[in-house]
Design a protein around this ligand. Structure first.
Ligand SMILES: Cc1cc2nc3c(=O)[nH]c(=O)nc-3n(C[C@H](O)[C@H](O)[C@H](O)COP(=O)(O)OP(=O)(O)OC[C@H]3O[C@@H](n4cnc5c(N)ncnc54)[C@H](O)[C@@H]3O)c2cc1C
Length: 375
């Protein structure tokens, strides 16, 4: 039973209900309020805290490694690849202008791509690819993105790696702090966030969309925005979005860690960075794609052992460490690499399928969806 007080405040009809308080939901609320501060907005989040990928990722502030962008160009064409880069590059600029550096631990320290000795990459080929992509990206980033960095390899101490390319414009941030800063910002602007509320279904009746939850109450709004990324199929079974579990570990502090930055390996299937003097490593989903196509949020022996092997054999050979943290999160991936930003039916919008790039993508997507919803 709902009291009259509750009904006229917390459960009162809204202008907009957003499902999901990850980066997509929060940046959308951020820009919706910026466009129209009077909008009544409620975010419904199934977790006690945001419980998707936004607080469980690796915190790379990146717009693509050399091989990732070349593979994207092959798959989606030059224009679409560049469009994605531009959204990510501008998204990183938005993050930096919206928040203080020290509040979200963002550092544009540069990143690297590692090339394994087993695969025969020729330095000359990589050099011409660097030149090609630098030219292509220049109108967007205005600077030189990639540089060959083989000379740096010996000081990093990696094994089984024979080439290194530096991305001068990449960095990392603290994903927990960014989510919290966004939450604080939108709440201060009047957005209501209700946690531990899982949306089970929704229905359009007349001018309002009614949302059924795991609680006795229902909520309604003039418009609905679905920002549940990897969980999208549970609410919208026909969408091209599959859950993809990503597993991560963090080591104990490493004495005299010889490198700093973000690192990509095998087209981004493996990724690692320093977190102070510890190493955060994730990926290896490519060795068990079927098992990792899941909503489950636990970790598995197969992937965790593969990650530890990679640490011992390639990243930290001869170094002593233990594992301090292990976790997993759910990404939303599809056949299409472009995110899905759409008005599905009148008044019902979605902003999902971040394809593992949501840190940088979501500020611009949030702004775009806010424009669509207030048009
Ligand atoms: C291990 C891992 C590492 C990653 N590393 C990086 C990285 O370094 N850089 C990068 O750019 N990206 C990375 N990503 C991807 C990035 O984290 C995501 O693209 C981004 O967080 C997606 O944000 P989102 O808001 O769309 O989704 P999410 O953060 O998943 O938010 C969706 C929210 O919806 C909620 N929800 C779901 N269903 C319901 C429902 N029915 N009712 C109410 N609430 C619901 C969830 O609890 C969740 O909080 C990584 C992802 C993983 C898993």
């Amino acid at each position: 039973m709902v009291s009259v007080w509750e009904n006229e405040t917390f459960y009162a009809p809204q202008d907009i209900i957003i499902i999901g308080s990850g980066f997509a939901g929060l940046w959308s609320a951020f820009y919706l309020k910026k466009k129209n501060p009077k909008l009544k907005i409620t975010i419904l989040e199934k977790g006690i805290i945001p419980s998707g990928a936004s607080t469980r990722n690796a915190g790379f502030a990146c717009f693509g490694s050399l091989t990732e962008l070349l593979a994207d160009e092959q798959k989606m064409g030059t224009d679409n690849m560049l469009q994605l880069v531009e959204m990510r590059f501008k998204g990183l600029e938005r993050i930096r202008s919206a928040f203080n550096k020290k509040d979200i631990d963002i550092e544009m320290c540069g990143g690297y791509e590692l090339f394994p000795s087993q695969e025969e990459y020729l330095a000359e080929d990589l050099d011409s690819q660097i030149t090609y992509l630098n030219e292509l990206l220049k109108p967007i980033v205005k600077k030189k993105t990639y540089t060959a960095a083989d000379k740096t390899l010996p000081q990093f101490g990696f094994k089984q790696i024979n080439h290194l390319i530096r991305n001068n414009l990449e960095g990392y941030l603290h994903s927990g702090k960014l989510t919290q800063a966004l939450l604080r910002h939108v709440q201060a602007s009047g957005v209501q966030v209700l946690n531990a509320v899982e949306v089970k279904s929704f229905e359009k009746a007349g001018k309002y969309v009614t949302v059924k939850t795991n609680h006795a109450f229902t909520l309604s709004a003039k418009q609905l925005l679905i920002c549940v990324n990897g969980f999208a199929k549970k609410l919208l079974p026909k969408l091209d979005v599959e859950p993809a579990r990503g597993q991560v570990l963090v080591t104990s502090p490493i004495k005299k860690l010889p490198w700093k930055g973000t690192f990509h390996y095998k087209q981004g299937f493996y990724y690692f960075r320093n977190l102070g003097d510890r190493v955060l490593l994730g990926g290896a989903r490519n060795i068990a794609i079927e098992e990792e196509t899941t909503y489950a949020q636990d970790t598995t022996g197969v992937i965790q052992q593969e990650l530890e092997k990679f640490l011992q054999e390639v990243i930290l050979p001869g170094k002593e460490f233990t594992i301090d943290y292990r976790w997993s999160g759910t990404m939303g991936i599809g056949q299409e690499k472009m995110p899905l930003l759409e008005e599905l039916s009148p008044g019902i919008f979605c902003c999902v399928r971040m394809n593992g790039m949501g840190v940088a993508l979501t500020p611009l997507l949030g702004e775009k969806i806010a424009k669509m919803m207030t048009a």
